[in-house]
Design a protein around this ligand. Structure first.
Ligand SMILES: CC(C)(COP(=O)(O)OP(=O)(O)OC[C@H]1O[C@@H](n2cnc3c(N)ncnc32)[C@H](O)[C@@H]1OP(=O)(O)O)[C@@H](O)C(=O)NCCC(=O)NCCS
Length: 239
C-alpha cells in the first residue's frame, strides 16, 4: 500500500488551477504549429478557448519547471490523444477542463491522470442513466443504498476517479470504466484501483469555484504520491 513507500519512492505531484472567464480570443503565439492548427479547427469558441488556455497553462508552468521557454517545449500526442513531453520522460502531466476552469496535474517519477467536473455536471436523470455504464455491479449496489443526494455525490466522485484513472493509463474512455475497481485505501480520499493489471493510486476532493460553483476533482498516479496542494492562478498571469 502507498503508506509503506518512503518519501524518495513517492511521485511528486503539483496541481494547478486556472479560472478562465469569457473574454476575447486567447493569444496562440506560444503554441506549436500543430496546436495552432488544432485550435483553428474548433467550431466552438468556448472549446477553443479551453484548449488554448490549457496549452498556455501547461507550457508556462512546465516551461518554468524545466527552465525552458514556454514555446520551446515539445508537447507530443499519443495515438489515443494523450499529450506528453517528448524531451522529459520523467515528467508526466495531464489536463482537464470544464466550462471556465482548467486544471493541470504534473507528476515527477510516475504517470498521472486528472479529471474535474462541476458538481452539477449531471442531472439526477442523466446520472441514473449513466451509472450502470460506469460503475461495477458492486459499486452500483453500494450507491443505490444511499439517499438521492448522497447517491449523486458518490456517483460524481466515482466518475472523476475512474476518468482520472483511465487518463493516467492513456486510453481514456476507449477502455471500460467498469474495469477500474475503486477500493478504499488508508486515508479518506485515497483509493487503489486496478486497470490492465497495474495498481494505481487515487486522490479526490473538492475545490471551491468562487462565483462559478464547486468542482469535484480526482488525480490518479502510477506511484503513490504525497498529498498535493492546489495552486490557483489568475488568468492575467499567463494571458
Ligand atoms: C480522455 C478523455 C476521457 C477526455 O475527456 P474530456 O471530456 O475531454 O475531459 P477532460 O477535459 O477531463 O480532458 C481533456 C484533456 O485530456 C487530455 N487527453 C486527451 N486524450 C487523452 C487520453 N487518451 N488520455 C489521457 N489524457 C487525454 C487532453 O489534454 C485533453 O485536453 P486538450 O484536448 O485540451 O489537450 C476522452 O477524450 C477520451 O476518452 N479520449 C480517448 C479516446 C479518443 O476518443 N481519442 C480520440 C482522439 S485520437
Amino acid at each position: 500500500m502507498e503508506t509503506d513507500q518512503s518519501a524518495e519512492q513517492r511521485a511528486q505531484v503539483e496541481l494547478h488551477s486556472l479560472r478562465l472567464p469569457d473574454g476575447p480570443p486567447l493569444p496562440v503565439s506560444i503554441l506549436s504549429e500543430t496546436e495552432k492548427n488544432r485550435a483553428a479547427a474548433f467550431r466552438s469558441c468556448a472549446a477553443r478557448r479551453l484548449f488554448v488556455g490549457g496549452r498556455i497553462l501547461c507550457r508556462n508552468i512546465i516551461g518554468n519547471l524545466v527552465g525552458s521557454a514556454p514555446q520551446a517545449l515539445s508537447v507530443a500526442i499519443t495515438a489515443s490523444g494523450r499529450p506528453y513531453l517528448r524531451d522529459y520522460p520523467d515528467i508526466d502531466f495531464n489536463l482537464s477542463h470544464t466550462r471556465d476552469r482548467i486544471v493541470l496535474a504534473i507528476c515527477r517519477g510516475g504517470r498521472i491522470g486528472i479529471d474535474i467536473e462541476r458538481l452539477d455536471a449531471f442531472s439526477e436523470k442523466e446520472a441514473g442513466e449513466i451509472m450502470p455504464m460506469i460503475l461495477s455491479e458492486l459499486e452500483l449496489n453500494q450507491v443505490h443504498q444511499l439517499d438521492t443526494r448522497h447517491r449523486h455525490e458518490a456517483f460524481l466522485a466515482c466518475w472523476v476517479q475512474k476518468e482520472a484513472a483511465l487518463k493516467c493509463f492513456g486510453q481514456g474512455f476507449l477502455a471500460d470504466p467498469q474495469s477500474v475497481i475503486l477500493m478504499p485505501g488508508k486515508t479518506t480520499f485515497s483509493f487503489e484501483s486496478q486497470v490492465s493489471g497495474e495498481p494505481i493510486f487515487i486522490r479526490s476532493g473538492r475545490i471551491g469555484g468562487e462565483e462559478t460553483g464547486d468542482f469535484q476533482w480526482a488525480i490518479a498516479t502510477s506511484k503513490a504520491a504525497a498529498k498535493p496542494q492546489w495552486q490557483h492562478h489568475k488568468n492575467g498571469i499567463f494571458l
